[in-house]
Design a protein around this ligand. Structure first.
Ligand code: SIN
Length: 477
């Protein structure tokens, strides 16, 4: 297990020798300690990325792509080891962790291909003695700040395109899950990436973040995390007018129309809501179900939720792991209590699950019936395994309820009516729409939000725009 940081190709401890514990959320056992770095080490990491930048960007795109693809292959080679490490530090079931490693590798693989196709343009000029050239050039040193819910995929989703475009990077993984990031750093070295192209610093976020934002050599920040932290980072980014990609909170509506294939809608709901114990930005947070099938859908959903198994992510058969920390459990409890105090009924779950020998951090998959607009569940991202449900009468009301949110990341709806399919997809104010699909994430599609869910797109060919500058050359003959 790698427990030191990567700066300029060297495995490095914090200057003052400080370390931070990484604990298993399922057991509270200390898994490892990692360096508690601050401003000076971050400054060094930026310097290393800056020094490596000129040589890296001048390599042919196909050459850079080979390194990125090799990193993807190494992740897949070590998938079992990486998945176990992820479950130890994050808690998600092992099968999900394996899925995340494959998902993470797919971003590298995709970006390697996109990097090879990153051409410019020649635009017809308006004068015979002129030519207009458009170049796409790497933006420079990129700061990558990532969350704990997807410790590998949220890094590679940014790192892959950054490297393929010719950028170098300083990565700051979440304090809760640095080990997956450091393991990725080891593989980056094995893949032959030159020293300084990928740097990783661990430690408390404030000082590292401030140093990244204050240094004019950093040209771009790509952040996935909460809307509140996103706002703070945006303010700091104004110092040097950093280019930003912000993948922030979500609060996805999940609409089921009378004419939906209910069996399909229920299995999509289960996957979409309870993946990672509901700790994903795109998971369904508000179930809106048309009155005609309300009871039927609820009954089927309750039955499906009954098949979920709460436990240690490393235990065979676990489908819902622990929440990441005590604060997360308190938030879920507060949302459920608030719903009950406002007339909501707990249909399934609604309590912690106490498991012998394990931490008190497991929450039962929960269905709350009778959600109203007044409830916190309707307004705030719960980030836990709670499915609140409310009935609606018609399409217009469903769209109005769905769009009644400051967030705009993912949304879902289920119908067999082809005209409604396009109508509703167009009306939803969300960056991602799962139309009869509860699992839209994939490397080749644009992922990102609107409103308070942020801006920028990761995935597809769109992501390359996030790491490149467009330069116009007016060429007089
Ligand atoms: C997230 O929680 O934002 C990531 C979810 C995904 O990539 O599917």
């Amino acid at each position: 297990m790698q427990t030191r940081c990567l700066i300029g190709g060297e495995w490095t401890d914090a200057r003052a020798g400080g370390t931070l514990p990484v604990t298993n959320p399922a057991t509270d056992a200390e898994v490892a300690r990692v360096p508690s770095m601050g401003g000076s080490e971050t400054f060094d990491a930026i310097g290393a990325a800056w020094n490596a930048s000129a040589a890296w960007k001048s390599r042919p795109a196909a050459d850079r792509a080979r390194f990125v693809r090799r990193l993807s292959e190494l992740m897949l080679r070590d998938a079992d080891r990486l998945a176990r490490l992820m479950t130890l530090e994050q808690g998600k079931p092992l099968a999900e962790a394996r899925g995340e490693i494959a998902y993470a590798a797919s971003f590298l693989d995709w970006a390697a291909e996109e990097g090879r196709r990153l051409g410019g343009e020649i635009i017809p000029a308006s004068a015979p003695n002129k030519r207009i050239l458009v170049l796409r050039q790497p933006i420079g040193v990129v700061a990558i700040i990532t969350p704990w819910n997807f410790p590998a995929a949220m890094i590679t989703r940014k790192l892959g395109p950054a490297l393929a475009a010719g950028c170098t990077a300083v990565i700051k993984p979440a304090e809760e899950t640095p080990l997956s990031a450091l393991a990725l750093g080891e593989l980056a070295i094995e893949a032959g990436l030159p020293a300084g192209v990928v740097n990783i610093v661990t430690g408390p976020p404030a000082e590292i973040g401030e140093t990244l934002l204050a240094d004019a050599r950093v040209r771009k920040l790509s952040f996935t995390g909460s809307t509140d932290v996103g706002r703070v980072l945006m303010r700091g980014a104004s110092q040097h007018l950093l280019r930003l990609s912000m993948e922030l909170g979500g609060h996805a509506p999940f609409i089921v129309f009378d004419d939906a294939d209910l069996e399909h809608a229920v299995s999509a709901a289960l996957a979409c809501k309870f993946r990672n114990a509901g700790q994903t930005c795109i998971c369904a947070n508000r179930f809106l179900v048309q009155a005609g099938i309300y009871e039927d859908f609820l009954g089927r959903l309750a039955q499906a939720v009954g098949t979920l198994r709460v436990g240690d992510g490393l235990a065979e058969g676990t489908t819902v792991g622990p929440l990441i920390n005590d604060e997360a459990v308190h938030k879920v409890e507060a949302h459920v209590e608030d719903a009950q105090s406002k007339g909501g009924t707990v249909m399934v779950g609604g309590r912690r699950v106490r498991l012998e020998g394990l931490a008190d951090r497991f929450y039962a998959p929960t269905i709350i019936e009778g959600m109203t607009r007044e409830m916190r569940l309707f307004r705030e991202e719960t980030f836990g395994p709670v499915a609140p449900v409310m009935a609606f009468e018609d399409e217009a009301q469903a769209i109005e309820l769905a769009n009644d949110s400051e967030f705009g990341l993912a949304s879902y709806f289920f119908t067999k009516d082809a005209s409604r399919l396009i109508r509703v997809a167009e009306a939803l104010e969300y960056g991602i729409v799962g139309a009869n699909d509860g699992a839209p994430s994939t490397a080749q599609a644009p992922f990102g939000g609107m409103k308070h869910s942020g801006f920028g797109r990761e995935g597809g060919h769109f992501v390359m725009d996030e790491y490149t500058e467009v330069k116009y050359v007016s060429w007089g003959l």
